[in-house]
Design a protein around this ligand. Sequence first.
Ligand code: PRT
Ligand code: MG
Length: 213
Amino acid sequence: MNGITIALSKGRIFEETLPLLAAAGIVPTENPEQSRKLIIGTNRPDVRVVIVRASDTPTYVQYGAADLGIAGKDVLIEHGGAGLYQPLDLKIAKCRMSVAVPVGFDYAAAVRSGARLRVATKYINTAREHFAAKGVHVDLIKLYGSMELAPLVGLADAIVDLVSSGNTLKANNLVAVEDIMPISSRLIVNQAALKMKRELLQPVIDAIAGAVK
Ligand code: PRT
Ligand code: MG
């Protein structure tokens, strides 16, 4: 495609990206929460937005199905970043990656004991690296969502998940015991597209950079 295709996920990333796109003179013509369309036009005839699952954004950009995308650092670490240029931390959709356990579970003692810890998470790569660096032996259990449930029903001792307000942990009688890293969303660019369509993409990247607070 000759114009620009931007991959975004619905929800917080779409909402928090709107002002950045507006700064680049790009305004989507529809809200994906209301319309069920997966391809959304913009005020610019040569720019369109495709609506994808958050964890699929890097894949669309990697293969050039989208030129640009916006993805959380959590998602980028799991994807690996192949074929992607990551020029900007947009400082949106902020949260932190943490280890959490049921209130009353002695995490420090469990780690000290040297016994294998069972950890449920969607973020297998991040969790593996974190515990390997600490020298903690873990059995990782892959989940696709609602990690908070796992320790409550005996599936795992601990979870690795994103925390922002902390309300979800609190509501499920869990507590964060370790911060792994701060998370925010990045602009990602297909490396080949940047070379072939630089005159089209660079002004958009520069305008977004100028709008990042
Ligand atoms: O929801 P879906 O399964 O479709 O996919 P997704 O959860 O990957 O997408 P989405 O849109 O929910 O999140 C997109 C990106 O937003 C993530 O990749 C993160 O980089 C970022 N982000 C920022 C968050 C949060 N904050 C966040 N709080 N993503 C998820 N959460 C979840 C968290 O997993 C936990 O279940 O919210 C819950 C905790 O929130 P608090 O406020 O109760 O602490
Ligand atoms: Mg979600």
